[in-house]
Write a protein that binds this ligand. Structure first.
Ligand SMILES: Cc1cc2nc3c(=O)[nH]c(=O)nc-3n(C[C@H](O)[C@H](O)[C@H](O)COP(=O)(O)O)c2cc1C
Length: 546
């Protein structure tokens, strides 16, 4: 299949729209069809405006009197099976040079008048050449937050040019974001839909699902507009140019999602150590404000070279890895950093093109189903308490717990340790039912539990991380080295406790208070639980302080 791309952006290959066009072409290429592609960049062509002399209709039919690159354009238009028009929206229409090229297509039609089938309610001219079977795609980005309502002029132009419904259009708002590295995650997600559209276009046509993805705003209107306003680097009140670092800070502040406001304002202070500039972002109920003076008491202070923070924002460096390497420091409330994605929009899409802001508060990367620590613990606790009171009935109760717990918590995602726990508790309970001595089986159960925990300290993801990730960005937290290190230490602490527990359990079971061993053995875990809650916050904050 022969594809012709007409790139009507004066920016050539640096064009935002061209990124969409490339993704569309990549998608077409993935469809399995052999493609031959040619590209014409309007800005590089020598094209004079139409003289309106009609000599291409009467004196030299089919031949323009101007000798320039338009002959080459027409030759390519006749060659192509699919023509992709790629251009930015300029003043609600196509850029001037592209309009010029469109005007110069006059030699491609005959002078005679005919009805256009009533589609557009106006007259038209018959084609001079056989254009049957040729297809048209129109791809365009615009600067406003939505394409909705901005493309009436373009639609009308192509309706007349190709016939209503006779071409495929991809119009996208917030076009300037395609060159902003900080929001690449989101624009890449959008480009994936464009690629899909290209793939489907050559097969059965673009599906409704892909269309829905293409119609979704890159960012909610308010967030996009504040980001766009900040990007010009000009102060709203004075009209003067601001420092690059301040522009960067304003753009970061623009990504704030006010739906995450925790009930009181948060003050985030950014100290850029290399350029010696300091700004505060106040995260409030109605939005964010950047303070350049009259500073408030900061809740969280980030001291960082601006280069490091930029690299993190652009996704070139991992924030948590940079923190571990002490490339920046955080003082005060560390929680804000841990739950950053809740406060600042990143990869997530905005609302549908008609758009409001409803999607803005949904940035948490939670797994589809959360895991549950209780699912792991309950069978063990039931076994330790019940079996030490009465080995036979306690074992039966434990077996019932092994069956019931997964059923009751069927909504939760199960980890390998939940499954292992059910298996082990079933094994120990069966051993007691078969008459094995409880003074041996119960300590062994503690030992097995301790081994399970300690062993995972040597795995990539320590046991507690599988559960505490629910509170920290879901599965995304599992790639955070600081999160994993914190959990490794905690898992080891718990593992060691349970490796030691069998020792005193064995002796207590030999005394008259053996039935209380389950209750007695709950005291230390309770204390360790309190330590865990404290350590989870204290340790990352200590590392962050450097
Ligand atoms: C002269 C000019 C006129 C523009 N007119 C509009 C417009 O009417 N509506 C709009 O939403 N964006 C408008 N824009 C913004 C561009 O459409 C937007 O920046 C687009 O993403 C640029 O695409 P490109 O990089 O492919 O050239 C205009 C930009 C320029 C330079």
């Amino acid at each position: 299949m022969k594809i012709l791309v007409i790139n009507g952006s004066p920016k050539g290959e640096r064009s935002n729209t061209y990124r969409l066009t490339q993704a569309f072409l990549e998608g077409m290429g993935e469809s399995g069809e052999a493609l031959e592609t040619r590209e014409l960049e309007v800005g590089r062509l020598k094209l004079r405006p139409c003289l309106g002399c009609f000599s291409c209709w009467n004196k030299t039919p089919g031949q323009c009197c101007i000798s320039d690159d338009m002959g080459l354009v027409i030759e390519n238009l006749l060659w192509a099976d699919v023509t992709v028009w790629s251009f930015p929206l300029y003043y609600f229409s196509v850029p001037g040079p592209l309009k010029n090229l469109i005007d110069r297509q006059l030699p491609m039609v005959l002078p005679f008048m005919e009805e256009d089938g009533g589609e557009t309610g106006s007259g038209s001219h018959p084609a001079r050449y056989d254009m049957s079977g040729k297809r048209t795609v129109v791809i365009s980005t615009c600067g406003f937050y939505t394409a909705e309502g901005n493309y009436d002029g373009v639609k009308s132009l192509f309706d007349h040019l190709c016939g209503k419904g006779q071409y495929t259009a991809l119009f996208c708002g917030q076009g300037e974001l395609f060159r902003v590295a900080e929001v690449k995650r989101r624009t890449d997600e959008y480009l994936e839909f464009v690629r899909r559209a290209g793939r489907e276009y050559l097969a059965d046509g673009i599906s409704a699902e892909t269309r829905a993805g293409l119609n979704r705003l890159l960012f909610p209107q308010k967030i996009f507009e504040s980001m766009a306003d900040a990007s010009w680097g000009v102060n709203r009140e004075t009209g003067k140019r601001e420092s690059d670092t301040l522009i960067f800070t304003r753009q970061m502040a623009a990504l704030y999602q006010k739906e995450s406001w925790p009930g009181h304002d948060l003050v985030l202070e950014m100290c850029y150590t290399d350029v010696k500039e300091r700004y505060q972002i106040v995260l409030g109920r109605e939005g964010s404000t950047v303070l350049t003076e009259g500073f408030r008491t900061a809740d969280t202070t980030v001291s960082t070279p601006v280069t490091v923070w930029r690299a993190i924002s652009e996704g070139k460096t991992s924030g948590s890895e940079a923190l571990m390497k002490h490339q920046y420091r955080v003082e005060g409330d560390f929680e804000l950093l841990i739950t950053w994605d809740k406060y600042f929009a990143g990869a997530e899409s905005g609302d549908d093109a008609g758009g409001g802001e409803q999607a803005a508060g949904t940035a948490l990367h939670m797994p589809s189903k959360p895991t549950g620590f209780h699912i792991l613990l309950l069978p063990w606790i039931v076994f330790w308490v019940a079996a030490s009171v009465h080995p036979f009935w306690g074992s039966l109760i434990s077996l019932a717990a092994c069956v019931l717990v997964p059923l009751v918590f069927y909504r939760n995602q199960k980890t390998i340790y939940d499954v292992l726990s059910v298996g082990l508790v079933t094994g120990f309970s069966t051993a007691l039912l078969l008459g094995a001595p409880s003074q041996l089986v119960i300590p062994l159960a503690y030992l097995a539990f301790g081994i399970m925990w300690t062993a995972t300290c040597f795995c990539k993801i320590p046991l507690t991380a599988h559960y505490s990730m629910n509170d920290y960005d879901g599965e995304k937290a599992l790639s955070n080295p600081l999160f994993l290190k914190t959990n490794r230490i905690l898992t080891l602490a718990w593992g060691v406790l349970y490796l030691l527990t069998p020792i005193w359990t064995y002796f207590i079971l030999g005394t008259g208070i053996g039935g209380w061993v389950g209750a007695i053995n709950s005291v230390l875990p309770l204390l360790l639980g309190l330590f865990t809650a404290w350590f989870q916050k204290w340790y990352p904050a200590k590392v962050a302080k450097g």
